[in-house]
Write a protein that binds this ligand. Structure first.
Ligand code: ATP
Length: 237
């Protein structure tokens, strides 16, 4: 069992901005877990620490027996892939080049080709626009490219930051379907979302984050529905 454990995490930006205060979360192998909460709550910051993009003030972050806060801890080698909120596609490169870049650490050419084919099956729009510059894709198409590229390392754990933000309802459906499909294929998912209803429905468990970076509740859909503070904060009726 490879469990992601975040324990007592504190993060500050500069001297004065407190982004995360004592957050602890756990994502067990095979789960879909969501981080929910309003803008500025600290969700993306927690994901960035796990992805190695933001050093914390203190706390512990491990994936199985790998200490992710240890200097030089390699996320890709550990099987952790990250899809940032801004999607992070290389705008000046084609769809195909972006996908190949996702596999830049791999040496198994045949395996890479097979995986690209698998992603083109999963996201047919990427096959259609294979040679097109990524900057010419719509937001929803870029999101699909960003996820497909992250999958090129064959991750055990996929970190998704607001993958449906600003997308048309039909693409939101597609992204949630893909998340479920990936999980069925064995990928563990940690999802940051503002769409609390959809996220809770797809997740095994969720954590609710309130600014500045405190976890005010967690659990299954039923446990969250029974938690008055969570219901009040997320605005469910
Ligand atoms: P959103 O849904 O808006 O992305 P979030 O819950 O993901 O919100 P974070 O992006 O983690 O929240 O932000 C937490 C706090 O840290 C906010 O007050 C935010 O303004 C601040 N913050 C985030 N990134 C930086 C940064 N690079 N420099 C300074 N402050 C930052």
């Amino acid at each position: 069992m490879t469990t992601l454990t975040v324990h007592d995490l504190f993060v500050r930006y500069g001297k004065s901005i407190v982004a995360v205060q004592g957050a602890s979360i756990e994502v067990r192998e095979g789960e879909i877990v969501s981080l929910l909460g309003q803008n500025g709550a600290g969700k993306s910051t927690i994901l960035k620490v796990i992805a190695g993009l933001q050093p914390p003030l203190s706390g512990e972050v491990s994936f199985g027996d790998i200490d992710l806060l240890h200097k030089g801890a390699n996320r890709i080698a550990a099987g952790i892939a990250y899809v940032p909120e801004d999607r992070g596609v290389f705008a000046s490169l084609s769809v195909g080049e972006n996908l190949r870049l996702g596999a830049v650490t791999r040496r198994d050419r045949a395996g890479v080709d097979a995986d690209i084919e698998m992603q083109l099956e999963r996201f047919p729009i990427l096959r259609k626009y294979w040679s097109r510059g990524a900057s010419l894709l719509s937001g929803g198409e870029q999101q699909q490219l960003s996820i497909a590229r992250a999958l090129m390392i064959r991750p055990k754990l996929l970190l998704l930051d607001e993958p449906t933000l600003g997308l048309a309802p039909i693409i939101v459906d597609l992204i949630f379907d893909v998340i479920q499909q990936l999980n069925d294929e064995g990928v563990t998912i940690l999802l940051v979302e503002q769409n609390a209803v959809r996220s809770i429905a797809i997740s095994d468990r969720s954590y609710v984050v309130q600014a500045p970076g405190r976890i005010i509740g967690s659990g299954t859909a039923q446990e969250l529905a029974d938690n008055a503070a969570v219901v009040d904060y997320l605005g469910f009726s």
